[in-house]
Design a protein around this ligand. Structure first.
Ligand code: PLP
Length: 508
C-alpha cells in the first residue's frame, strides 16, 4: 500500500531531472526572444523533482491500476481483450511515430497507404462500401453516422423526424440521435430479449429517418429479425444504422452489410485490440454503403495514378469531424492486429469469443440467474434475482469480486434487466482463468447465504472501499491523503464541500 503524494508536494526548489551545461553555446549565438505571451517569468508553482522521483511517482501510480495487463477484466460491452505487444512495436516505428499530419502527401505515402488499406479491410469485414477512420470513439462514430443519415435525407428534400431505437440499445444510440436533431422512438424488446418486426412496423412511418440497432444487442443476443426489419425500414425510405461496437461477435462469421446496414461504426478499441481506458485515444471508424459515401467526412484518402492523396473535394460531405485524420497510432495498431490474424484468424477470434462467453454462461448458470437462457454471442447477462432473499445485490457481488483479483463485470446495464451483471470474457482468456472466475462467483454466492454482511462491506483488500462514483466522476477531488496509511473510507466523496446539484448519472 502506498500513500502517494502529488508531484507538487514532493521535490525541492532547484531540483532537476537533467542539468544542461550553461556554456554550451558559443557567445556569438543569440537566442531569439520568446513572444512575450509565451514567456514564463518564473517556474513558481511547477514541481521541481529529480528524475528518480518522477520515475518512482509514476511507477507507483501505475501499480494502483487495475488493467487487462494485470487481471481478468470481464467488463461487458467493452471487449477488454488482450492488446498484442506487436501492435505497440508497429505504432512506435519511427516512421509511424514521427509522421506529421501537415506534411505534404508525397512525404506520407506509407501512412496514407496504411489508412487506405485499413479502410478496405474494415469494409471487407463489415460488408460495407466505404469507410472513414476519423472519429475518435464509438460515440463520435455514431454521431457522424447519424449526421450522414440526416444529410442523406436532407439531400432528398426532407430530413425526417424520428429514429427508432430498441429498448436494448446501447445508451449512446439515443444520445447521438438527439444530438443530430432527431426524436427517438423506443421499440420494446420481446420476452426473448429480441426486437420483433411487428413492433418495428407498428412505429414505422414516413417520418422515420432510420432504425438504430445494436447487434448483437446489449443482452448479448443476435437480432434474428434484422434483415426483415431492414427491409421494412428501407421500404418506407428509412435507413438502417447498425451499432457495430461489438463486432467481436460477428467478424468473419456474418457481416452487417449483408443483413441490410446502410451505416455502422466499429470500435477499434474493442474488437481490433487498440488500448482503451483512461480516456485515451480511441477510434470509431464509420462504414457506409454507396448511398451514404458522398456524405463521409473529409479528408478522404484517395488512390490516384500518382499514389495516395488526401482530398477535401467532396461537396456533399458533412465536413470535418475532428482535427486531422483521426488517431493515427490507433489505426496502426488495428492494422497490425488484422494483418497478424488474417481473414481466418479473425473468424477464429470471433468463434472463441462466443465460445468463451457460452462456457461462462453454462458455468455460472447454476449460481446466478440468467437474464435470457438462449445461447449468447460475445457476452452473457445475469441478474441478482436469485440472491433476493439474502439481501445481496449486484453491486455487492461486483465489489466482492475485486477482493478476488477480478475486475467487476458491467453492472446495472442493460437497463432492460434489473440488477444486471453483463459478463464479456473475450477470446483472450484461458479456460483456467474462466474457471477461476466461476470459482470466485461460486464462493461469493455461498458467502451471500452465510455472511451477507461480508459482501455488503466489500471490497476488503483495496485501498478505498465504496466511493460515490457519480460524484467522483463529476466533481473529482484529485488531491487527497488518508489519515492513516491504509484508507478504508471513501475519501474522494467525503472531501466534497457542497452537495452536488446535478442529478445522478446513468453510468451505462
Ligand atoms: C462501447 C459501445 C459504444 C460507445 O463506444 P465509445 O468508444 O465508448 O464511445 C457504443 N455502442 C456499443 C454497443 C458499445 O458497446
Amino acid at each position: 500500500m502506498y500513500d502517494e503524494p502529488l508531484l507538487f508536494e514532493i521535490g525541492s526548489p532547484g531540483r532537476r531531472a537533467v542539468a544542461l551545461p550553461s556554456d554550451d553555446l558559443p557567445p556569438e549565438v543569440e537566442l531569439p526572444a520568446f513572444e512575450p505571451e509565451l514567456a514564463r517569468p518564473s517556474l513558481e508553482g511547477l514541481p521541481e523533482l529529480s528524475e528518480l522521483e518522477v520515475v518512482r511517482h509514476f511507477t507507483r501510480l501505475s501499480q494502483w491500476n487495475f488493467s487487462i495487463a494485470t487481471n481478468f477484466y470481464p467488463l461487458g460491452s467493452c471487449t477488454m481483450k488482450y492488446n498484442p505487444i506487436v501492435n505497440e512495436w508497429a505504432a512506435r516505428l519511427t516512421g509511424h511515430q514521427n509522421v506529421h499530419p501537415m506534411w505534404p502527401d508525397q512525404l506520407t505515402q506509407g501512412a496514407l497507404a496504411l489508412m487506405f488499406e485499413l479502410e478496405q479491410m474494415l469494409a471487407e469485414v463489415s460488408g460495407m462500401d466505404a469507410v472513414t477512420l476519423t472519429p475518435a470513439a464509438g460515440a463520435q462514430g455514431e454521431f457522424v453516422g447519424i449526421k450522414m443519415v440526416r444529410a442523406y435525407h436532407e439531400q432528398n428534400g426532407n430530413p425526417r423526424k424520428t429514429v427508432l431505437i430498441p429498448a436494448s440499445a446501447h445508451g449512446t444510440n439515443p444520445a447521438s440521435s438527439v444530438l443530430c436533431g432527431y426524436r427517438c422512438v423506443e421499440v420494446p424488446v420481446g420476452g426473448d430479449g429480441l426486437m420483433h418486426i411487428a413492433d418495428v412496423e407498428a412505429r414505422l412511418d414516413d417520418d422515420v429517418a432510420a432504425v438504430m440497432v445494436t447487434n448483437p444487442n446489449t443482452l448479448g443476443l443476435f437480432e434474428r429479425d434484422i434483415r426483415a426489419i431492414a427491409d421494412a425500414v428501407h421500404a418506407r425510405g428509412g435507413l438502417v444504422y447498425i451499432d457495430g461496437a461489438n463486432m467481436n461477435a460477428l467478424c468473419g462469421v456474418t457481416r452487417p452489410g449483408d443483413v441490410g446496414a446502410d451505416v455502422l461504426h466499429i470500435n477499434l478499441h474493442k474488437t481490433f485490440s487498440t488500448p482503451h481506458g483512461g480516456g485515451g485515444p480511441g477510434a470509431g471508424p464509420v462504414c457506409v454503403k454507396k448511398n451514404l459515401a458522398p456524405f463521409l467526412p473529409v479528408p478522404r484518402v484517395l488512390q490516384t495514378d500518382n499514389g495516395f492523396k488526401l482530398s477535401e473535394d467532396a461537396p456533399l460531405s458533412i465536413g470535418r469531424v475532428r482535427t486531422f485524420h483521426g488517431n493515427f497510432g490507433m489505426l496502426v495498431r488495428a492494422y497490425t492486429y488484422m494483418l497478424g490474424l488474417g481473414g481466418d484468424g479473425i473468424a477464429r477470434m470471433t468463434e472463441r469469443a462466443v465460445l468463451n462467453a457460452n462456457y461462462l454462461r453454462r458455468k455460472l448458470e447454476p449460481l446466478l440467474t440468467l437474464a435470457q437462457t438462449a445461447p449468447c454471442m460475445h457476452e452473457c447477462v445475469f441478474t441478482d434475482q436469485g440472491l433476493a432473499d439474502t439481501g445481496v445485490k449486484t453491486m455487492d457481488v461486483a465489489k466482492r469480486l475485486l477482493d478476488f483479483g477480478f475486475h467487476a463485470p458491467t453492472i446495472y446495464f442493460p437497463l432492460v434487466v434489473s440488477g444486471a451483471m453483463m459478463i464479456e470474457p473475450t477470446e483472450s482468456e484461458s479456460r483456467e482463468t474462466l474457471d477461476a472466475f466461476a470459482g470466485a462467483i461460486a464462493r461469493i454466492v455461498a458467502e451471500a447465504r452465510k455472511d451477507p454482511e461480508l459482501l455488503k462491506t466489500a471490497p476488503h483488500t483495496t485501498r478505498v472501499r465504496r466511493l460515490d462514483e457519480t460524484r467522483a466522476a463529476r466533481r473529482p477531488v484529485l488531491r487527497w491523503r488518508p489519515a492513516a496509511p491504509v484508507a478504508t473510507e471513501p475519501v474522494v466523496a467525503l472531501e466534497l464541500k457542497e452537495p452536488d446539484p446535478e442529478p445522478a448519472l446513468d453510468r451505462s
